[in-house]
Design a protein around this ligand. Structure first.
Ligand code: PMP
Length: 410
């Protein structure tokens, strides 16, 4: 490329790697979706209106004023021991009762941990397996390391273990180095699908048999609408799975606190890589989260939010049934928790241009291409119900229906 291709000659200095940092289609839409009057089915943020802000404010004051020596200083690279121990209680609520607190690393959100995982395990050309569709942020984090992201076969019950083994073997036979399986086993973002209980251990076993690490991304795990949460993969497989957790969906994304549970043998390398980037996760927000877990009924808050998301999900499924129930070729997933419903339109429709039409009609969603490991335009779209009331959902569907019907009727 010649120098005059750049508006500033310093742009010629960008690393080759940096050209692979993609702009997230989802983030673009976020900017649009804050426009007043728009019904947003786009944002996957939690319902912050339910947060006990007064109590959190008091906790924040205590952190900064009463614990200033600790709160305002550097911390330790692993995160604070006190919070690491409390995180094991959060894991226990999810069914992983025996997590050793010394295997918990506090992270600056799980997005950060995805980057570190790719950094410490993958060289250029290595393969990361994933579901299709999968979380756009992980795709963006991985692609910077020039890895090959390869989807594995799934159905409405998640990854098919036998197909996973076949995929791994054929990639290996083709000379590829397959390093890990990135999976969102509970309430996948964007599909809403969960890995069936009877497939959970076979998926880990398939990876173990081929010496492949499982990266379990589970920010929605506690947000199952009914009954006990799905047992995380890490619970029975602490030596095979790196588990990523987050306070973003059960407390607030703004705190930027998450965690990783890491097999003992891998912990040191992982944490040194994290430390090299952030030195230490934010002490202020770690203490804030710790105070939250000490002084606020967080289990009660989580169960209230489960009920709220269940109500919203039901409103969205009812709206889908009402507006599209008898439209041929339109189907959708029925999630058991989390924030998202994944809608399929008839084959051949590209949902990307429809996003613009939706915005013009006052409703916004994310087109399926954003979540495609191969960047393939497709006939799917993601609808988030976490941030919209049942009334807004109904209004959103009144606006969405003509947009989608025009595309369906050609
Ligand atoms: N993983 C998944 C599956 C997500 O949906 C998100 C947030 N949208 C993240 C990770 C990022 O979480 P955090 O805020 O902890 O970085």
């Amino acid at each position: 490329m010649t120098d005059n291709a750049f508006s500033n000659p310093l742009e010629a200095l960008f690393s080759e790697r940096s050209a692979h940092i993609k702009q997230s289609a989802v983030r673009d839409v976020f900017d649009i979706s804050v426009q007043p009057g728009l019904v947003s089915f786009a944002s996957g943020s939690p319902n912050l209106k339910a947060l006990p802000v007064e109590e959190l404010g008091e906790a924040a004051r205590r952190v900064v004023v009463d614990h200033s020596a600790e709160a305002l200083n550097y911390g330790v690279g692993t995160g604070m021991d006190q919070l690491r121990k409390q995180i094991t209680e959060v894991m226990a609520l999810e069914g992983a009762e025996n997590v050793d607190w010394e295997t918990v690393l506090v992270t600056t959100g799980s997005q950060f941990a995805q980057d570190i995982a790719a950094k410490v395990f993958c060289d250029e050309g290595d393969v990361i397996l994933c579901e299709d569709p999968t979380y756009v942020g992980a795709l963006n984090a991985f692609e910077v390391y020039r890895v090959e992201v390869v989807p594995v076969a799934t159905d409405e019950h998640g990854i098919i273990p036998e197909a996973l083994t076949e995929t791994i073997r054929s990639l290996k036979a083709a000379g590829k180095r397959v390093k890990m399986l990135y999976t969102i086993p509970s309430f996948n973002n964007p599909s809403g699908i969960s890995l069936a209980e009877e497939r959970r251990q076979p998926v880990v076993d398939a990876c173990r048999a081929e010496n492949i690490l499982v990266l379990e991304d589970n920010p929605y795990g506690l947000l199952k609408f009914d009954g006990k949460p799905f047992r995380p993969l890490v619970a029975d497989n602490p030596d095979d799975v790196i588990y990523l957790g987050s306070f973003s969906k059960i407390l607030a994304p703004g705190v930027r606190v998450g965690w990783a549970v890491i097999p003992k043998a891998l912990f040191r390398r992982f944490y040194l890589a994290a430390e090299a980037v952030v030195l230490t996760p934010s002490t202020v927000t770690q203490l804030l989260v710790s105070e939250y877990l000490t002084s606020i009924d967080w289990r009660g808050a989580i169960s209230e939010s489960r009920a709220l998301y269940k109500e919203r999900c039901e409103a969205m499924l009812a709206a889908l049934e009402r507006e599209f129930g008898d439209v041929e070729g339109v189907s959708w997933t029925v999630p058991e928790g989390g924030f998202f419903v994944w809608v399929t339109l008839p084959e051949g429709i590209d949902t990307y241009p429809l996003m613009r039409e939706g915005i013009d009609a006052g409703v916004v969603f994310i087109p399926g291409v954003a979540f495609s490991p191969n960047d393939e335009p497709n006939h799917h779209l993601r609808l988030a119900f976490s941030n919209v009331t049942p009334e807004q959902i109904d209004e959103g569907f009144r606006r969405l229906k003509p947009v989608l019907m025009r595309a369906i009727e050609g």
